[in-house]
Write a protein that binds this ligand. Structure first.
Ligand SMILES: Nc1ncnc2c1ncn2[C@@H]1O[C@H](COP(=O)(O)OP(=O)(O)OP(=O)(O)O)[C@@H](O)[C@H]1O
Ligand SMILES: [Mg+2]
Length: 574
């Protein structure tokens, strides 16, 4: 909680005022029945209409003031609670944005979404409740108790029995319900995760005709949630009737003894009515406290889930005086070994590699041979386990991470566009890119040929994830988005796989002939995409099998020859 509390800073006034207004409201709640008892005992007993009228007006006034205090408290409580939640949400969002790839491997996207939405909301609601119910219930109970003792201390003795009895009953029931409530939260999580997974993959599900299967999976989790919720509720529904039973029993006892006291003149009948009102208020306060504790448990669970995100630190640590400028686009791997965090096996072994600035390098190899893993180390998306990766002659760990990633553009294998216009998507690469620059880059990436056909050109709308573009169009736009950064190094991870051969050849030509000062690293499945590279790396099971150009590799590398021959046969066979 110590970590979260500073985020209340901007709302501290509201957080202080809300309980104060709440206490004032409790005063009026206690005062109104007191005034009523005066009407009965003095006004009605003496048939003093004027007194009845005077105190009656006062009663209305006090309850009106009570309403105002109640509204003010609710208002301040809501501002403090939701304000606090929004700050926490923003902070959590920032934290997630700073996550490294390894951190993202640890949390699933749907769990992060639940934490940012549900858990932050719960935290806000519980904060609001703590400021209001958490203050109202104990104060109400204490004030009502004091008043009851003042009215008649011997009659108030009954509370010495009733309050502990009620507390015990509620504690027993809640301790039974508590694990169920925590379970409900986990099950809500599971339902949410299946909803998110399904909505994200709805097209795949439809094309595979998996609706029935998914519906069944959903139904199972949904039913499990319902059953646990019903089980929890079936315990909670006992609280109210038992509480009522205790209240009525107490009222009967009070009427019995109080009635006798009235007959001997020790108690006014108005006082008896007042006493009974306080009994109800005390019991309601107890009930409120129990509900409050239950909410508090939910809040604590949410707090823990949020702090889990906050306490996850990126293992990518920046040096104190980082370098901001790459001197050139050279890349060097020195005895690099790498395994993914949490994995036991190395997926890269003994990688030694020397790429000169401005070279075009192709990487080829079977799937799972660690091509993507290798290039991810260059913009330091992951840190090496052994050895070093040098960019521009300096270890990547010495650079400012933002500066490094600005100058090493990476077109990821699983790439995506964002909702907005084409212009906005391009300016994502560099904010001040002008239309002329964008068009020139789109031409280089062979994307202008289809963008220019849109009537609205650069204003053409891109749907979320780029769903209104074909695979090949999307790939060309993501290449353009990387190019516009004006990088010293560009990495294309299988970025032309969906582009036709002719267009692919045009893109390769641009990299080779126009962008001569940009180091280009191209991962490709097709020999034709990398054939013209200055240097080709053949990857095999996490190692570099051989390095050379197309002609030498054909002679020297059996793996390369095998890939080449299988693709040639493929072409001939068509
Ligand atoms: N985020 C990850 N966490 C754990 N293991 C991973 C992760 N990403 C990849 N791997 C593992 O690392 C190995 C190399 O994967 P990588 O993605 O580098 O292969 P690739 O050569 O790019 O394959 P493809 O041609 O299919 O893209 C695989 O065995 C894969 O299971
Ligand atoms: Mg890959």
């Amino acid at each position: 909680m110590k970590k979260l509390l500073p985020y209340m800073k901007n709302y501290i006034n509201y957080a202080i005022l809300s309980p104060i207004f709440m206490i004032l409201e409790v005063f009026t709640d206690i005062g109104v029945p007191y005034l009523m008892s005066k009407i009965v005992d003095i006004g009605i007993a003496n048939k003093d209409i004027q007194y009845v009228f005077k105190i009656g007006v006062l009663m209305v006034l006090v309850s009106l003031i009570g309403i105002v205090f109640g509204i003010l408290s609710a208002h301040c409580g809501a501002r403090a609670g939701y304000g606090f939640a929004s700050e926490i949400r923003y902070e959590t969002f920032k934290k997630v944005e700073s996550f490294s790839f390894a951190n993202l491997d640890k949390f699933s996207v749907s769990s992060l979404v639940t934490r940012l939405t549900n858990d932050c909301n719960t935290l806000g609601q519980v904060t609001m409740m703590s400021l209001r119910m958490g203050v109202r219930a104990p104060f109400m109970m204490i004030f009502a108790l004091i008043m009851s003792i003042r009215i008649n201390s011997s009659l108030a003795m009954i509370f010495a029995v009733v309050i502990p009895l009620t507390a015990v009953v509620i504690t027993i029931l809640l301790s039974k319900a508590r694990p169920l409530f925590l379970e409900i939260q986990n099950k809500v999580d599971r339902v949410n995760s299946i909803i998110k997974e399904n909505l994200a993959g709805i097209r795949v599900i439809k094309s595979f005709n998996r609706q029935d299967h998914e519906e069944k999976r959903f139904k199972e989790r949904n039913t499990a949630l319902r059953d646990t919720a019903l089980e929890a509720i079936s315990i909670i529904i006992f609280i109210m009737p038992i509480l009522n039973l205790i209240i009525y029993g107490t009222i009967m006892a009070v009427l019995w003894y109080g009635g006798q006291m009235i007959t001997v003149g020790e108690l006014g009948s108005g006082e008896l009515i007042l006493f009974i009102t306080y009994i109800t208020q005390i019991m309601v306060a107890l009930m409120m406290m129990s509900m409050f504790f239950m909410q508090l448990l939910r809040g604590i669970a949410s707090k823990d889930r949020i702090l889990e995100v906050w306490n996850t630190d990126s293992e990518i640590i920046e040096v104190d005086e980082p370098i901001f400028e790459l001197s050139d686009g050279s890349v060097k791997f020195e005895n690099v070994n790498f395994r993914y965090p949490g994995s036991k096996y190395n997926v890269l072994n003994d990688i030694n590699l020397d790429i000169k600035s401005g070279e075009v390098v192709g990487i080829i190899g079977s799937t799972g041979s660690s091509k993507s893993t290798l290039v991810q180390l260059i913009p330091r998306l992951y840190d090496v386990v052994d050895g070093a990766v040098l960019v521009g002659g300096k270890n990547v760990k010495e650079y400012d991470i933002k500066a490094l990633r600005d100058q090493v553009a990476f077109v990821l294998q699983k790439n995506t566009l964002f909702s907005g216009t084409i212009r906005e998507n391009m300016q994502w690469g560099r904010e001040d890119a002008t239309d002329e620059e964008i068009i020139q880059i789109l031409k280089q990436a062979q994307a202008w040929e289809f963008v220019s056909k849109y009537e609205d050109g650069l204003d053409h709308w891109v749907e979320q994830g780029g769903s209104n573009f074909s695979g090949g169009q999307k790939q060309r736009l993501t290449i353009a988005r990387a190019l516009i950064k004006n990088p010293k190094i560009i990495i294309l991870d299988d970025s032309t796989s969906a582009v036709d051969m002719t267009t692919d050849a045009k893109i390769q030509k641009i990299f080779k002939e126009e962008l001569t000062d940009v180091t280009t690293i191209i991962i490709g499945q097709r020999i034709s995409s990398i054939k013209h590279a200055d240097k080709i790396l053949v990857m095999h099971e996490g190692r570099i099998e051989s390095i050379g150009n197309h002609d030498t590799l054909l002679k020297e590398s059996s793996v390369y020859r095998e890939i080449y021959e299988s693709q040639e046969r493929g072409v001939v066979g068509q």
